[in-house]
Ligand binder design. Structure first.
Ligand SMILES: C[S@@+](CC[C@H](N)C(=O)[O-])C[C@H]1O[C@@H](n2cnc3c(N)ncnc32)[C@H](O)[C@@H]1O
Length: 214
């Protein structure tokens, strides 16, 4: 499929770029246009096809782009999409890594002043999730009772690494907005927020700034 100029192939069992993906792209564009930040490193966690990281590297001029997913198939898929779109990417170095959030990433990797995108599994397992296909459920249902806690987990891993001045782009179910803000209140400030209603669900997308390793 074509997403803007990007040529994105979607492997079986890998998340098909959907409304949440496009909302994340809007948010990244807003960060670039209105905050005019100069991002040099992008880490796309839960990269799936890799579309968000690839898109970010068409907007920013990067020293490094790192795509991460817990799924082996997604890692293969993102690697393929990197190779297909190389001519469009502004990044000196690109890697695709299989990892559970940051767990398998080099401890010395400097993530200060970077943009970390995580369109993670943000839905709660309940009756309505029965309407999802098995593939969608695997990509979208959070392992936590409070689904947004996957973002808290990432922030805790970043605090362990003493990361600072880093932008975090999170996508989540709008019904958990207040709880997520409260949960992250001690570590990050929200600087951009957008929300869209798609039929019955509201999907929210925020950029947070982690400004000190508190
Ligand atoms: C909703 S999909 C988003 C895919 C893609 N970023 C997009 O926006 O189209 C969520 C992705 O997160 C991955 N994922 C789930 N848990 C993860 C974890 N603990 N660490 C890294 N990736 C994870 C899934 O394999 C899936 O590819």
């Amino acid at each position: 499929m074509k997403i803007l100029d990007l040529d994105i192939t979607v492997y079986k069992d890998v998340y098909l770029p959907s409304d949440d993906t496009f909302l994340a792209m809007d948010l990244i564009k807003i960060l670039k246009r209105y905050k005019r930040v100069d991002i040099k490193k992008v880490l796309d966690i839960g990269a799936g096809t890799g579309v968000l990281g690839l898109y970010a590297s068409t907007l920013f001029s990067l020293h490094e782009l790192i795509l991460v997913d817990i799924s082996k198939e997604a890692v293969r898929n993102a690697s393929y999409n990197v190779s297909r779109n190389l001519h469009l990417l502004n990044a000196d170095r690109i890697s695709v890594i299989r990892s559970d959030i940051l767990k398998s990433l080099d401890k010395n990797l400097n993530l200060d002043k970077s943009l970390i995108i995580f369109n993670g599994p943000y839905l709660k397992r309940d009756e309505s999730s029965d309407t999802l296909s098995v593939e969608e459920a695997t990509q979208l249902i959070s392992p936590y009772d409070k689904p947004y806690m996957i973002y808290r987990e990432l922030v805790d891993q970043l605090i362990d690494r003493s990361v600072t001045d880093t932008y975090l782009c999170f996508i989540y179910d709008s019904i958990y907005r207040n709880e997520l803000l409260e949960e992250l209140d001690d570590s990050c400030i929200e600087i951009i927020y957008i929300c869209k209603r798609y039929f019955f669900e509201g999907i929210s997308a925020s950029i947070f700034l982690m400004s000190s390793s508190s």
